[in-house]
Design a protein around this ligand. Sequence first.
Ligand SMILES: [Zn+2]
Length: 375
Amino acid sequence: MKFSDIPGHDRVKRHLRQMVDDGRLPHALMLHGIPGIGKMALARALAQYIHCTARTPDGDSCGVCPSCRQHSSFNHIDTFYSFPVSKDGSKTVTSDDYMSEWHDFLSRGMFMDFSLWHSLLGKKASQPLIPRDEARALMRKVSTTAHASDRKIVIIWLPERMNESAANAMLKLIEEPFADTDFILVSDNPQEFLPTIRSRCQAVEIPRLADADIAGWLVGAHGLEPQDAASVAHMAEGCMTRALSLVAVDDNGGNRQFLDMFISLMRLAYQRDVARLRIWANDLTALGREPSINFYAFAQRMIRENFMYNFNEPQLVYMSRDEESFSSRFARFITVRNAPRLVEAMNDAMTDIAGNANGKIVNFDLAIRVILLLK
Ligand SMILES: [Zn+2]
């Protein structure tokens, strides 16, 4: 990973490479910010830059020296990753037990999505944590002499996902004066981990991505039309994983599927077709809890955008072309009277589903409320 592979974050990149160039890289660095903005990618680019033997004049790693190539294939001998893993019965586990899943995860894209990682671990029931034995395993690795370079780098993803005994062991490790080892912590929420660890780290806040950086990435890496990319970027509020989930660049056509489900809901509710709304409610339930919540977030946005559509102010409307072609006929049904109540009804549905209520009942109930509100 080179700095130039990562969209946006110019100021942070400059700051990080300057630290290395000036020999001011702290012993423990913490990159923190909301999920899905490229913090891990920056950590990886920084590690690669530290190890690169032929840095370019514009301040990046070369990408082709043996060290850079090892970084690209996650095989750099002096770079260690620590991350939350699931327990395997009573057996003690560390990150090492999940290295192939981790490499698979990292190679799927540069923006980290914890729910994807959780599903790759394959043990849905247990909450992934950095285990207590992790610090001991790391200690073993960093106390052996460096092989390929003069610096060892430990990258810890989500240090907030440690229980207290694991955190205390990790604290000892970070305090240990290993002169040739740098720690890079990548955190979504530093407030959640031990203040004693936090105070040992130099913090660098990673800001949300700019809309233009997200849009540029969606066009360049995912082939979106500029108009669609701009509206998705606006909705994503600086979070690339959010943008990617909105365009659903996955195999089952996610966002188009959400639009189809939204159109069905509105059509069937308008026709008061209760029997088919029941089927609709069951279909949505079958997608699963998380996708159902995402669907309602999508539907709320559609309500707002359709409401705005009526004002004939195109610069206020953020829709893809498919969405807009539906709205050109549908928007007149969304009024100042029902728009807030539709959004509220969907909010209730999201809360209920997040609170483990029966999805079929919640979705059907929502559908009935939509019938009444569209009247
Ligand atoms: Zn290089």
